[in-house]
Design a protein around this ligand. Structure first.
Ligand code: SAH
Length: 410
């Protein structure tokens, strides 16, 4: 996700959402906004709001078309480009009660579809009909993020924490604050910290691989939980000498080490590699970690004919906005071209993009152009997305962002 930074001019003080429907403000949307909602999307942009005079930041509002026909209830943000996030087709009279029910539904969904892990996303914002709320579970420690005005008031926070505590009994809940998001939402600054319990460090397991988690101390740790199922898939095909490029704290590398003869992880962040090394020790694995700029290292390695049997590419989002798309595709192509050249025949390429703006089609086109330039042919073994604890809403493409292609290269 990317956020634009704006100068902070003033803070809003929020009133708790009222539990009574009476007096709920109405917001009219333009025909374009109405068409978007009719198509099943949940957002209306600021430019499609016709009238929101006097509506308080973070309020629950009734959304109507220009004639006054209601679409349902939404959360309103006075400062975000996304002014309206629908929460229901009905009139919501008691939001904290609805929040509790939705958390319960989100937990039930994970019980059905999440396997082999005690670390997963428990609540994924719009995809769980709780816009602006993200909760990740790392074993007995939960990490919570609030991303919208309407999720910030104390009664909302209390409903969230007490429902999580009742159903999943976490040792602690820690709030992770992104100061840029609070600025954008004109919310007063807050520090990250404990909201419930005392515990700040633990270990968690994904697919039988163990990881350290430390929420607050020196080296903040966490994980890219959205890659969990892709780690397991990569390990189905990986073999021989493996290179994990952009390895962070070793997510792919530790999974590859179960099946490969030799694994090297590359990242430009020393603190990430230090945790990666602790994770290797925790799993009794020997992995080589190299602190380097991946672009420079792949250039050197491909020039000096280093060869591998498995290469993983999982770079950060190159296209943070639509405008970055061309340069992002050039970046992905350069990495994939070099990796393809460095794979032995029968080699496995695992290549990812977490940029929402790079569609699956565009990503596959980039990869096919890279294969042509590298004079290699690639058979698609799997075209994958994000793990099922990061659900994708069919009518809201923005909820899907991760691509992970696994190919056999000859
Ligand atoms: N594969 C990881 C997640 C990668 S996140 C996992 O599954 O856990 C992207 C990583 O790229 C970050 O760790 C960041 O430190 C690293 N990174 C960003 N730019 C880089 C560069 N130019 N060279 C090497 N690493 C880079």
């Amino acid at each position: 996700m990317s956020y634009r930074c704006i100068a902070l001019t003033h803070y809003h003080v929020f009133m708790p959402p009222t539990s009574k429907e009476s007096g709920r403000p109405k917001i009219k949307v333009s025909p374009r906004g109405a068409a978007r909602l009719k198509s099943g999307h949940l957002w209306v942009y600021k430019s499609d709001v016709v009238a929101a005079d006097g509506v308080l930041p973070g309020s629950l509002v009734t959304v109507t078309d220009q004639r006054g026909k209601p679409f349902g209830t939404a959360l309103y943000s006075s400062s975000s480009q996304i002014a309206i996030r629908m929460i229901s087709h009905d009139q919501v009279t008691d939001w904290p009660t609805v929040i509790r029910q939705r958390i319960s539904d989100a937990i039930a969904y994970r019980e059905r579809f999440v396997r082999d892990t005690n670390a997963y996303r428990v609540i994924f914002s719009e995809a769980d009909l709780l816009p602006g709320l993200v909760v990740d579970r790392y074993n007995d420690i939960f990490s919570l993020q609030i991303l919208t005005q309407a999720m910030d008031p104390n009664p909302v926070r209390e409903a969230v924490i007490s429902q999580l505590a009742t159903q999943l009994n976490p040792a602690s809940v820690i709030e992770r604050v992104d100061p840029r998001v609070r600025e954008l939402e004109t919310l007063p600054p807050r520090n990250s910290g404990l909201l419930h319990g005392e515990k700040t460090a633990t270990t968690f397991t994904m697919n039988g691989v163990q990881f350290h988690f430390d929420a607050l101390e020196g080296q903040k740790t966490g994980a890219f939980l959205d890659q969990r199922e892709n780690y397991a898939s990569a390990a189905l095909y990986a073999h021989g000498n493996a290179l994990d490029v952009f390895c962070y704290q070793g997510g792919f590398a530790l999974h590859l080490a179960k099946v490969c003869d030799q694994v090297t992880g590359i990242d430009s962040s020393r603190p990430a590699l230090e945790v990666a090394d602790q994770n290797a020790t925790l799993n009794r694995r020997e992995i080589e970690w190299i602190e380097a700029n991946a672009f420079d290292l792949l250039k050197d390695y491909s020039a000096s004919n280093h060869l591998y049997d498995t290469i993983v590419l999982d770079p950060p989002a190159f296209a943070k906005t639509k405008r970055d798309l061309d340069s992002a595709i050039r970046g992905y192509k350069e990495l994939n071209l070099r990796a393809l050249k460095m794979l032995r025949p029968g080699g496995i390429l695992v290549t990812c993009s977490c940029s929402y703006h790079v569609s699956q089609t565009t990503f596959l086109e980039m990869l096919s152009a890279a294969a042509i330039d590298a004079h290699r042919s690639l058979r698609l073994l799997e075209v994958r997305g994000q793990a099922k604890d990061h659900p994708v809403l069919l009518n809201m493409p923005e909820t899907g962002y991760l691509k992970c292609v696994i190919g056999d290269v000859s």
